[in-house]
Design a protein around this ligand. Structure first.
Ligand SMILES: N[C@@H](CCC[C@H](N)C(=O)O)C(=O)O
Length: 283
């Protein structure tokens, strides 16, 4: 199986081009390739293939093999892959995801994609659609007991579920202790991604993320959008925010008139490789 390793702000995936390759058991392949000791090393697997609804279709599998609806950093890398590998010459493309069709604008320098602006669509705030067990809409600054302590969360779906929690002293925050308890908390029927954030100003936020199915990652595009929406719902920031993540920065803009969120950020190709299906025990 030929693959390409790419990342967006350090959120890294193994990408497989389904125009050339077949992946029979993506959940098992994702678990194998994601292993940083016995596999390739990544936060999961992303496949790029044909679509009947859009220019391309992407599917995203977390490191534990579970399939997610959408990946913000991944979709920017998909745009870079299809343009740089000459599957398209368009600089505005559409990509089908489990969270609907997204439109992307590519910024190209020396015939390579440098950054991508994605229309991430409407933030979803109804608890049953996120899903989170709560009795009010939107779920803003809502108390939740996790690990014997009361926290406050704001919940947003960007096609996938997010709980946003504001903390002080983010650098020292014990994310590996609290993240898994949020992820598997009974109030999240489909588990959740959790963003822990510290406000810097009305236009700047720092964020760390515990991802459903992939543990702590260095960035999360959908999580960054959910964070900015949570900041706006709590009255903490303006509509355009620079978000600092462990692996880089993303710019998120909420267009109130359209009720759409736009994400702009980099996409990077690291290396290509080939791996035997027998090595992955997925023939
Ligand atoms: N890293 C991603 C989100 C990947 C999926 C997530 N772990 C989930 O299960 O919903 C991003 O950049 O958005």
């Amino acid at each position: 199986m030929k693959f390409t390793k790419m990342h967006g702000c350090g959120n890294d995936y193994v990408y497989v081009n389904l125009f050339e390759e077949t992946v029979k058991d993506p959940a098992a392949v994702s678990k194998f390739v994601s292993d940083r000791h016995f596999g390739i090393g990544s936060d999961g697997l992303i496949t790029i293939g044909p679509s009947e609804l859009a220019d391309f279709r992407m599917r995203i599998y977390n490191a534990d093999g579970s399939e997610a609806e959408m990946c913000g950093n991944g979709i920017r890398c998909v745009a870079k892959y299809v343009y740089d590998h000459k599957l398209t010459d368009k600089t505005e493309i559409t990509v089908e995801t489990g969270a609907g069709v997204k439109t992307l604008e590519l910024t190209v320098t020396d015939d390579k994609v440098e950054s991508v602006r994605v229309d991430m669509g409407e933030p979803i705030l109804e608890p049953e659609k996120i899903p989170v067990i709560a009795d009010k809409t939107p779920v803003v600054d809502e108390p939740i007991i996790v690990g014997g302590k009361e926290w406050r969360m704001t919940c947003v779906s960007m096609g996938n579920p997010h709980a946003v929690v504001f903390v002080k002293n983010l650098a020292d925050f014990e994310i590996e202790k609290t993240g898994p308890l949020f992820e598997k908390h009974e109030r999240f029927p489909k588990r959740t991604n959790t963003e822990f954030c510290e406000l810097i100003s009305r236009n700047e936020v720092s964020m760390r993320v515990w991802e459903r199915g992939s543990d702590e990652t260095w960035a999360c595009g959908t999580g960054t959008c959910a964070t900015v929406m949570a900041c706006i719902l709590n009255g903490y920031t303006e509509d355009k925010v620079l978000v600092h993540l462990k692996g880089g920065d993303l710019v998120i803009e909420y267009d109130r008139a359209a009720n759409h969120i736009f994400m702009t950020g980099p996409a990077t190709e690291v290396f290509h490789g080939e791996i035997e299906n027998s090595t992955m025990k997925c023939e």
